[in-house]
Design a protein around this ligand. Structure first.
Ligand code: NAP
Length: 254
C-alpha cells in the first residue's frame, strides 16, 4: 500500500505483544496499516513487537491496557485517535485459557478472570470501536474480527470448559454484532484457531503439549500464528467485503 500517512488505515489490536496478535500486527503493517496495540503486563514483549513492526516500515503504538477494564479500553481507543486520528478496524485478540479446572472445583475468581478477559473485554472493545467507526456517528465504517477458538465447537481440552464456553460466547456475540452493526457500515466476523504454537499453552503443558497433540490434528501438525494472521488480514481487508457474521475455522481440520 502506498498511501500518505493520513490516508493509511488504522487498526486497534488487543494483545499485540505476543503470539497471534504480534503476527497480526506484522501482517497488517506490511499491508500499510497503522497499528495501535494493547498488552497487559509484558512490556519487553511489547517492545519487541514495536521493533519488529518498525523494521517492516510500520507506524505503531503500544498501550498498556487491560481489556477487562472498560476504562482501559476507552484509553486504548483514545490513544489510537490521538496518534492516528481514526479507527478503521478492530481485532479483538487478547485472551487467556485460565488454569485447567474440573467443574467439581468451580471457582468464582477463576471463572471471573477468564470471562472478564475473553468475553467482557470483547464487549468493551467492540463498544468503543463501534463508537468511532459507525457511519451513523460520523465514522467511516470498518471491520471487526473477534478471536474465538475451535474449542467453541469441540468443547476444548479436558477441564477447560471455562475457556470453551467463553469462546462459545464470542461466536454468539459475533453473529449478534454482525446484525447490529451492519447498518453502521461495520462488518463483523470471527476466526476460530485450532492448536496454534504460542505461549498461551504454557498453562497446560507448553511446547511439549503442542508437539504431542500436533500429529493428532487432521493436517498432521500444529498451526503457526502467521497462518492465523493471514486469515485475520483477509477479514479486515477489502477482499472480504461480502464476508459478514462468519465464524472461520483455522484449525487444520480439527
Ligand atoms: P498468547 O501468546 O498468550 O498472547 C496473549 C496476548 O494477549 C498477549 O499479548 C497478552 O499480553 C494479551 N493479554 C492477555 N490478557 C490480556 C488482557 N486482560 N488485556 C490485554 N491484553 C491481554 O496467546 P495467543 O495464543 O496468541 O492467543 C491469542 C488469541 O487467540 C486468544 O484470544 C486465544 O484464546 C486465541 N486462540 C489461541 C489458540 C492457540 O492455540 N494459540 C487457539 C485458539 C484461539 P501480555 O504479553 O502483556 O501478557
Amino acid at each position: 500500500m502506498n498511501k500518505s500517512d493520513s490516508d493509511a488505515p488504522v487498526l486497534v489490536l488487543t494483545g499485540g505483544s505476543r503470539g497471534i496478535g504480534r503476527a497480526v500486527a506484522l501482517a497488517l503493517a506490511r499491508q500499510g496499516w497503522r497499528i495501535c496495540f494493547s498488552y497487559i503486563e509484558n512490556s519487553a514483549a511489547a517492545e519487541e513487537t514495536l521493533a519488529l513492526v518498525r523494521a517492516v516500515g510500520g507506524q505503531v503504538l503500544a498501550v498498556r491496557a487491560d481489556v477487562g477494564s472498560h476504562a482501559d479500553t476507552k484509553k486504548l481507543f483514545q490513544a489510537a485517535i490521538d496518534a492516528f486520528g481514526r479507527v478503521d478496524a478492530l481485532v479483538n485478540n487478547a485472551g487467556i485459557i485460565g488454569e485447567p479446572r474440573s467443574i467439581f472445583d468451580a471457582d468464582e475468581a477463576h471463572l471471573s478472570a477468564v470471562f472478564r478477559a475473553n468475553v467482557l473485554g470483547s464487549f468493551f472493545c467492540v463498544s468503543e470501536a463501534a463508537r468511532w467507526m459507525s457511519t451513523q456517528k460520523g465514522g467511516r465504517g470498518g471491520a471487526i474480527v473477534n478471536m474465538s477458538s475451535a474449542a467453541a465447537r469441540h468443547g476444548g481440552m479436558v477441564n477447560e470448559s471455562h475457556y470453551a464456553a467463553s469462546k462459545g460466547a464470542i461466536d454468539s456475540f459475533t453473529i449478534a454484532m454482525a446484525k447490529e452493526l451492519a447498518p453502521h457500515g461495520i462488518r463483523v466476523n470471527a476466526v476460530r484457531p485450532g492448536l496454534i504454537s504460542t505461549e498461551i499453552h504454557a498453562i497446560h503443558g507448553g511446547q511439549e503439549l503442542v508437539e504431542r497433540l500436533g500429529p493428532t490434528v487432521p493436517i498432521g501438525r500444529a498451526g503457526t500464528a502467521e497462518e492465523v494472521a493471514e486469515v485475520v488480514a483477509f477479514l479486515v481487508g477489502p477482499l472480504s467485503s461480502y464476508v459478514h457474521g462468519a465464524l472461520i475455522d483455522v484449525s487444520g481440520g480439527r
